[in-house]
Design a protein around this ligand. Structure first.
Ligand code: HEM
Length: 362
């Protein structure tokens, strides 16, 4: 049984809405007077689980080809609506708990079909999603979810690199190094439940170790010397790993103290610098795979990628120097970088689809 197209389209539309509204909430929280977005306190969860959780859930559901796997993106998209409408946190937390648990089940099924390290890694990432939701459901405030939200994304992406990217690492010792780094991330995030500062520092060390591992073993280090889309993707990946390493150092040094100088930098080196660079790098693969749309690479793709790097540098500099205006402008430039990404994606897809049609009519 396949999932009806209207459901797929609705889920995709809700995820885009989560991105747009999440960024709007961020702009208002950083100090721009841009009206009153709904539920600004849900900025982090709506972007990580509402937007990215839905997209990752869709990607995995398409990959495994089982209709029950769509429970994850459908419930994650529903949680966007409950967050925006101010429904009780218990309801949103419960939806996200079930959505994450179905994702864990999906990886368990996938592992039975293909017992590979990348599936284990993504499965542990899905467990981190469940633990973030459980923490929220238990009544903890949003900052308490951050180590698990970060672990969900980092482990999912590291797993996707193992799956997609033909990493150079094949030796047992390199795999052991990765397993060690993952254990540090999980231990730190768990310790943060009780000792937030110490746990965040340990999780930061794990994030740094994973970044160094990826920088060492990802084939991007070699493919950066090639041209075209291969070089573009490699550049996005390597820049993302550098941001992950920087965020690791900031987590270690600051302990993620809510509201302190450097807190915003520690968060957004990871959530914007690392995650958004990864998304930009993977767009030429993920868009055709997920939506079946043509996505012909063009050098214009470099514009949002470079703009994003500059915008994160501005924001981090402002935050670390305690300069409110520079940080605020950095936030605006971040939003423009994401808008440029959306624009370039839309234009590229239209160009690709028109070229496809023209070919068919020849
Ligand atoms: C595009 C522009 C963005 C702006 C202007 C922005 C702004 C902010 C601000 C002002 C905070 C509060 C920081 C503090 O209390 O010191 C915050 C927190 C956070 N942001 Fe962003 N952000 C943006 C993008 C993102 C993205 C893309 C993600 C995730 C992929 C993200 C994830 C988070 C998380 C997890 C938190 C902490 C939880 C929370 O306070 O909601 N942000 N953001």
């Amino acid at each position: 049984m396949t999932v009806p197209t209207p459901i797929r389209i609705s889920v995709a539309l809700v995820s885009v809405t989560a991105l747009v509204l999440g960024v709007w909430m961020g702009l208002v929280r950083i100090g721009w007077s841009l009206g009153s977005p709904p539920a600004p306190g849900t900025h982090g969860p709506i972007l990580v689980l509402g937007f990215l959780g839905t997209v990752i859930g869709m990607e995995r559901a398409v990959a495994i080809g089982r209709s029950w796997a769509w429970i994850t993106p459908v419930l994650a998209a529903t949680s966007v609506i409950t967050m925006l409408t101010g429904a009780p946190t218990e309801l949103t937390g419960a939806l996200l708990l079930v959505a994450g648990s179905v994702l864990v089940a999906l990886f368990a099924v996938a592992y039975r079909m293909q017992p590979e390290a990348h599936i284990t890694l993504m499965g542990i990432g899905a467990v981190a999603w469940v633990l973030a939701a459980a923490t929220w459901l238990a009544g903890e405030p949003v900052p308490a979810l951050i180590p698990w939200l970060a672990a969900f994304l980092i482990l999912t992406i590291a797993g996707e690199r193992l799956e997609l990217a033909r990493l150079i690492a094949t030796t047992r010792s390199s795999k052991r190094q990765l397993a060690g780094a993952v254990a540090v991330v999980i231990a730190g995030s768990a310790i943060a439940w009780v000792y937030a500062d110490t746990g965040a520092r340990i999780a930061g060390l794990g994030n740094l170790l994973i970044a160094l591992w990826l920088l060492r073993y990802d084939i991007a280090r070699r493919t950066i010397r090639l041209g075209g889309v291969t070089r573009y993707m490699a550049a996005g990946l390597l820049l993302g790993y550098v941001w992950l390493a920087i965020s690791g150092v900031l987590w270690i040094s600051s302990g993620l103290q809510y509201g302190a100088t450097g807190y915003d930098a520690a968060l957004h080196t990871l959530f914007l610098g690392f995650i958004m660079s990864m998304i930009m790098a993977h767009a030429p693969i993920v868009i055709p795979a997920l939506a079946g749309l043509a996505f012909p690479y063009g050098p214009v793709m470099w514009i949002p990628l470079i703009f994003l790097q500059i915008s994160v540098i501005v924001r981090v500099t402002g935050d670390l120097n305690g300069s409110y205006d520079v940080k605020k402008w950095g936030g605006m430039l971040n939003a423009i970088a994401l808008a440029l990404l959306v624009l370039v994606v839309v234009v590229t897809v239209i160009r690709g689809e028109l070229a496809k049609r023209a070919l068919r009519t020849v």
